[in-house]
Design a protein around this ligand. Structure first.
Ligand code: 3NM
Ligand code: MG
Length: 524
């Protein structure tokens, strides 16, 4: 019988990455004490005799902690020391050869850099897949195969759901991104879950490998606990939703969150003024150097791709990453993402580097991210009558990306994958000024910040942020559409430009409005 391996925290060794003064076996033992569940010995440059010696001493320590040992590439070494099995890369011995040499009782893992390799290994009888590279890494040259969590998710989805094969991900995984990886790789509605995460440098290069391993193990476990606990019944009856919406909007001036926005040059000014009118504070920092220092102080980050440059893209990558690390709501407005290949690539790159809390777009943008072309783009505007089943579109994307999806239009559709809302507020003048959608992003970010600040920290570790961002997104959309309706009735409004000023005025009066009376919302 092949032994059942717990792949949760999978250590791949690298003696060349040890900190100065740290001995290999000492580091290995500390990482086992910290909770490593399986070890792969990876050596690329030594002679066979030395390899066998190191493998023996490695196995002695692994045995002491009852932890299985796999050998990278070298079937002969695995046979020599009689360890649990091997891990083979795509240019190592073929799986069939490895199986013939090792027999049925050894574990064989295979590296999979894409769907074809994964399916071939599964059909060939591999015990587990090492899927990667998730991110770039200094540890190995993986530049041609970085797939992001979304790429690994596609691999998992392509596997036969009934196959007993196990899966781990590898490449650039650290305690500060492991939650984002786990959230990004899992579908909410598929049965296949990752069995673990494989790391080299996060543990091996640490002067405190035990602590580094404990951190990783705690986060993997927290994610699992969070997935397995039934959440408190989510609020979905309309009265409770609207109560919560009013609570959030009225709390904005008290909380006065700092809302960071990487805006576009067309609508930045309106976004900043809308933030102030709603009772929050805007900060428009969009260079790389600001992100690390600023992020701990913000309530939410809004990333708007409207006039993205190469420089701004780097800031977006960094700012989003810090938002995930610091558990700040991250709102993504993928302006015109389907319009050019540069924008498609940029959208994909951003979404593979960080995990958004909310994606907000018009029908063409949400369609492009969903891989649908029922609705197309002209410039930044949607063309065509819209989707036949908009509920399904937002719900599917929300499930796939594990975030809230807001699709704006004449009617707005909002989903967190379980609950879906339709909002029929708004005014046609919103379609006559530029950036009303971008300003909606501002309001959603502001409401998400408030929702996170007021929510308790239940299950905090296993989640990317706290707060009900489905309701916060409804609050953001309603705040803007209801203030637009009120503005449109003012007799000083003569056309689009006076409307725009009146709209921002009315945002600052929302606390005097009974929102529930004016809201036209359905929650299904
Ligand atoms: N294999 P770190 S990436 C050994 O993609 C290895 O197949 C990879 O190192 C693959 O955790 C990788 O330090 C190195 O980023 C991972
Ligand atoms: Mg190899």
């Amino acid at each position: 019988m092949r032994s059942e391996i717990d792949y949760s925290v999978y250590l791949v060794t690298a003696r060349d990455l040890l900190p100065v003064g740290k001995h290999y076996l000492e580091s290995l033992e500390e990482s086992l004490q910290g909770g490593v569940t399986v070890v792969q010995l990876r050596e690329k440059t030594i002679d066979t005799g030395e390899f066998i010696q190191i493998a023996q001493s490695t196995k002695a320590i692994c045995d002491k902690y009852n932890t299985p040992l796999l050998i990278n590439d070298r079937i002969d070494v695995a046979l020599a020391i009689d360890c649990a099995g091997v891990h083979v890369g795509q240019s190592d011995a073929p799986l069939a050869v490895a199986r013939r040499l090792l027999g049925p009782n050894k574990v064989i893992g295979v590296s999979a850099g894409n769907i074809d390799q994964a399916i071939a290994a599964q059909k060939g009888g591999a015990d587990y897949l090492g899927i990667g590279a998730i991110y770039g890494t200094q540890t190995k040259d993986v530049s041609n195969k970085i797939m992001g969590p979304a790429g690994a998710r596609a691999v998992l989805a392509a596997l036969d759901p009934h196959s007993p094969i196990k899966t781990v991900v590898i490449g650039g995984i650290k305690s500060d991104n492991v939650l984002r990886v786990l959230h990004g790789v899992h579908f909410r509605d598929t049965k296949r879950y990752l069995d673990g995460v494989a790391v080299v440098s996060d543990i091996v290069s640490s002067p405190r490998p035990r602590k580094a391993t404990e951190n990783l193990a705690r986060l993997v476990q927290a994610f699992r606990n969070n997935e397995n606990t039934k959440p408190e019944p989510a609020i979905n009856d309309i009265d409770s939703v609207l109560n919560k919406v009013s609570e959030i909007i009225n709390a904005i001036p008290d909380q006065s969150p700092l809302i960071q926005q990487m805006a576009n040059i067309v609508t930045a000014n309106d976004q900043a003024n809308a933030t102030l009118a709603l009772g929050a504070s805007p900060v428009m920092a969009a260079v790389v150097g600001d992100q690390k220092d600023l992020n701990p102080h913000i309530g939410a980050l809004l990333i708007n791709m409207g006039t993205v440059s190469d420089e701004q893209k780097r800031a977006m990558l960094a700012g989003g990453r810090y938002s995930n690390i610091n558990k700040k709501p991250l709102i993504f407005d993928p302006v015109a993402v389907g319009a050019t290949s540069f924008r498609r690539e940029t959208g994909k790159e951003l979404l593979s580097h960080w995990h958004p809390t909310v994606i907000k777009g018009n029908a063409a943008e949400i369609g492009a991210l969903s891989g649908l072309n029922e609705v197309t783009t002209k410039g930044v505007d949607s063309v065509g009558p819209g989707f036949k089943d908009p509920y399904l579109v937002v719900r599917s994307l929300a499930n796939r990306e594990r975030c809230v999806v807001v699709m704006t239009g004449k009617d707005d559709y909002i989903s967190d994958g379980e609950r879906t809302a339709k909002i029929s507020n708004g005014h046609q003048l919103l379609g006559q000024i530029t950036g009303s959608g971008c300003v909606t992003g501002t309001a959603i970010a502001t409401c998400c910040a408030v929702a996170s600040m007021t929510e308790g920290d239940m299950n905090k570790d296993g989640k990317l942020t706290t707060g009900d961002h489905f309701i916060a997104s409804i609050a953001g959309v309603l705040a803007l559409e209801i203030s637009a309706e009120i503005a449109s009735t003012r007799n000083d409004v003569r056309g689009p430009n006076t409307f725009r000023s009146a709209w921002i005025d009315e945002m600052s009066n929302l606390d005097k409005i009974d929102l529930s009376k004016m809201s036209r919302v359905i929650v299904a």
